[in-house]
Design a protein around this ligand. Structure first.
Ligand SMILES: [Mg+2]
Length: 420
């Protein structure tokens, strides 16, 4: 039987800032977007004070001062690096992992005898080694694991950081699902939730009990699958993302193992081109580019290199993404090892049209956008990879406004934490 865990960093950005500022334990924190435009993350204490995500900062600057809220510019170098560390620790606890977003991953726990003990061990391990609190949701499908994670954080009586559906009887499961709004189900966004509520499907339980054929006819195969997953059938394996995607993965094993950096470069360029195409197809821009390379886990030199490279501005431009991915590849590449698999993951996706107007950056170059559209249409017409990148475009490196960014403690030697 399938068993999945979804592990999620609690208030991740705020928690990352706190690791290096223990004086801020239990204090309200907010983190601002690019150019300090709006709030993108808030600690539990700030949320309790009513600070809303995505509100413009200038409207609340006074309130922050009044309530003693500590304000940070976003420090993606720090968050990306803390994410990489968190994922590496979690990967040690399970045979396979899918990094789902900067602070979430799925783990395959099939065959683990005591999942509850494992969940608590993972929490403790991450907390002890990097100081990030995480929550763990466990269930027989990815959709149930994701919902269990929500329960482990937000549902009174069950909110102590680990929740496993197998603790409940079928009747108890249904009673709890009846309390969960349908919009909390993975893949049910705000618009879909509104349509479902119009059809009187307003809770997770009602979606679970809906007629599958009716769901497929009136909504989509995807939603039918979501309902099946709520019933405990596992339809999505690791790396099959449900819509809407919060990350885009492209990776593949090599036909033959290779130690050659040029081969890895070509593979990563290929994957970034595919991922960039998917990104544009769904109208998103990415903020972080993850790169992973691995040798065989059963060989003499098991090695899994993974790193996350932040882009200065969210982008859907394959050349900008490739610049970041290849920089990441050079960071994780170890000479002399024979690699079996390489891949990329695009994370922190945002809708392209909602991208914040940025006073300090050049507007996206319309010629580059036209070039990307042309690239996509040629490749769609004549087959993928028909037109390829020559490679190695540099990520534009405009300075942006970050008045209150914390030091890049973990990635810049000059910004290490000093103990006096
Ligand atoms: Mg989180």
């Amino acid at each position: 039987m399938s068993v999945f865990a979804l592990v999620d960093g609690n208030n991740f950005y705020a928690s990352c800032e706190r690791v290096f500022r223990p004086d801020l334990t239990d204090k309200p924190i907010v983190v601002l977007s690019n150019n300090d435009g709006c709030v993108v993350a808030a600690s539990a204490e700030a949320k309790a004070l009513g600070f809303q995500m995505f509100g413009p900062y200038f409207e609340i600057a006074g309130l922050c001062r009044k309530h003693g809220v500590t304000v940070f510019s976003s420090n993606y170098a720090l968050y990306g690096d803390m994410s990489r560390r968190m994922m590496a620790i979690l990967a040690q606890h399970a045979p396979s992992q899918e990094v789902y977003s900067i602070d979430e991953c799925f783990l395959d726990l099939a065959g683990v005898s005591d999942t509850d003990a494992l969940a608590r061990r993972m929490r403790e391990d991450v907390w002890r080694r990097i100081g990030i609190p995480v929550s763990v949701g466990i269930g027989p499908s990815k959709t149930l694991a994701k919902l269990a994670n929500h329960v482990s954080k937000r549902v009174e009586g069950w909110d102590d950081g680990v929740f496993d559906w197998s603790w409940l009887s079928p009747a108890e499961t249904d009673a709890l699902m009846a309390r969960l709004p349908v919009g909390k189900v993975w893949g049910v966004g705000r618009r879909l939730a509104a349509k479902l509520i119009d059809e009187h499907i307003d809770t997770a339980l009602k979606l679970k009990r809906a007629d599958p054929r009716w769901l497929q006819r009136n909504f989509s195969v995807t939603l039918e699958r979501t309902a099946a997953e709520l019933n405990g059938a596992s339809c999505l394996s690791l790396e099959d993302a449900a819509q809407p995607r919060q990350q885009i993965i492209s990776s593949r094993s090599f036909g033959e193992k290779t130690a050659d950096l040029a081969v890895l470069t070509a593979a990563v360029s290929h994957h970034i081109a595919r991922a960039g195409e998917k990104l544009r197809e769904q109208g998103s821009a990415a903020r972080l580019v993850g790169v992973s390379v691995r040798t065989s886990p059963f060989g003499d030199d098991p090695y899994h290199g993974y790193t996350v490279v932040p882009l200065v501005h969210p982008s859907d431009d394959t050349m900008a993404l490739a610049g970041a991915a290849l920089a990441g590849l050079r960071a994780v590449y170890r000479r002399g090892l024979r690699y079996q698999k390489a891949g990329v993951v695009l994370m922190e996706l945002s809708p392209r049209e909602r991208r914040q107007a940025d006073l300090f950056a050049a507007a996206p170059d319309p010629r580059r956008q036209r070039l990307m559209r042309t690239l996509d249409s040629i490749n769609q017409t004549y087959g993928h990879g028909c037109v390829k990148l020559a490679s190695e475009a540099l990520t534009p490196n405009w300075e942006m406004r970050q008045d209150v960014r914390s030091p890049r403690y973990t990635t810049q030697l000059s910004e290490l934490l000093l103990i006096r």
